[in-house]
Design a protein around this ligand. Structure first.
Ligand SMILES: Nc1ncnc2c1ncn2[C@@H]1O[C@H](COP(=O)(O)OP(=O)(O)OP(=O)(O)O)[C@@H](O)[C@H]1O
Length: 319
């Protein structure tokens, strides 16, 4: 869907993005992560031509974006930034209607679409649609930003620290909801963050950048956490990467032991197949039991033990 080949950017002779090759598949969510100033935002802005690359080629669906009309190009690419830039003197619904109106939709259609999108991001249009941005919380404004970026139904969404301005609890909820929404809508997303936890939670793949716009590693979260390519990545991913792996590895049938001979009283609680190892371990610790029951819909399918957790971590690296 998106391909960068040999892309570099220099400002006054200083290289901020270096010979970057990166491919993003259709429907994939890719996180660009790295320390402040390493060129993540610049990379994102080259995709929608807010910044022109010094060298290299950027293609979207096989078409070189440098030959596209930048205004048209940007309308086809949703863009969400931390300071979401809602129009302060326009009501929420009107804010979301902007792009469909630009596209020549009728007011009635654009309004209906705006209401649909507000509901989709968890804001009741009846309750919030007629408010002004300053009458919403930071997290609610962020949702409006996402709704507005989706309004033109763009196949590609670029997001620059979209959840950076909200407190950690709200951020986690927005991240989880956004991940669900993205899977449902099948958008191709490139998301910039400096937060490795956000990157491994959201990304199908994660690109780790270093100072000077060098791409150090581009891999799935499981691969990145288990096998950082060098010390630099290992340091960035952090000493807690073992723990982080628990949060990206999901429980599968093959990790379980049979339930035969286990009494219900030995199982303090259950989790569903597909939950993370982190959730399962948290339950084991909370209940002081070395196992947790696992369900699949209404069925009870087995138990997960610490040995199963080990197995799951090992197997998470199989291609
Ligand atoms: N218009 C510009 N002119 C000159 N230098 C710039 C310009 N825009 C960005 N830079 C420099 O390019 C480098 C990369 O900036 P960029 O915003 O891409 O980093 P980033 O990784 O997104 O950082 P952050 O996480 O702090 O937003 C920085 O050193 C920045 O100072």
């Amino acid at each position: 869907m998106i391909r960068l080949t040999g892309v570099s950017k220099e400002y006054a002779g200083r290289v901020v993005v270096q010979e970057l090759d990166l491919e993003v598949g259709r429907g994939e969510l890719v996180c660009l992560v790295g320390p402040s100033g390493c060129g993540k935002s610049t990379t994102l802005k080259m995709i929608n031509r807010l910044v022109e690359p010094t060298t290299g080629v950027i293609e979207i669906e096989g078409r070189d974006v440098t030959h596209a009309d930048p205004v048209k190009l940007r309308r086809g690419i949703g863009y969400v930034i931390q300071q979401i830039g809602l129009f302060p003197h326009q009501r929420i619904t009107t804010n979301v209607m902007t792009v469909p109106l630009l596209y020549g939709e009728s007011k009635a259609t654009a309004r209906a679409r705006a209401h649909e999108l507000l509901s989709l991001v968890g804001l009741d249009p009846e309750q919030y649609g007629e408010r002004y941005p300053h009458q919403l919380s930071g997290g609610q404004r962020q949702r409006v930003g996402v709704a507005r970026a989706l309004a033109a139904d763009p196949p590609v969404l670029l997001m620059d620290e979209p959840f950076g301005a909200v407190d950690p609890v709200v951020r986690r909820r927005l991240q989880e909801e956004f991940r669900r929404l993205q899977q449902e809508l099948g958008k191709t997303v490139v998301l910039v963050t400096h937060d490795i936890d956000e990157a491994v939670l959201l990304g199908d793949r994660v690109a780790v950048f270093a100072e000077g716009g060098r791409l150090l590693q581009y891999a799935t979260p499981a691969e990145l956490l288990a096998r950082p390519v060098n010390e630099e990545v290992a340091t960035f991913v952090g000493a807690e990467r073992g723990l982080r792996r628990l949060s990206v590895t999901r429980i599968d049938h093959e990790h379980l032991e049979p339930v035969d001979g286990i009494k219900a009283a030995e199982l303090a609680s259950t989790v569903a197949v597909g939950a993370t190892l982190e959730e399962a371990l948290a339950l084991m610790l909370r209940n002081d039991r070395a196992m947790v029951g696992v369900t699949d819909g209404p069925r009870f399918v087995g138990v997960l033990t610490p040995a199963g957790v080990h197995r799951a971590l090992r197997r998470s690296l199989r291609p």
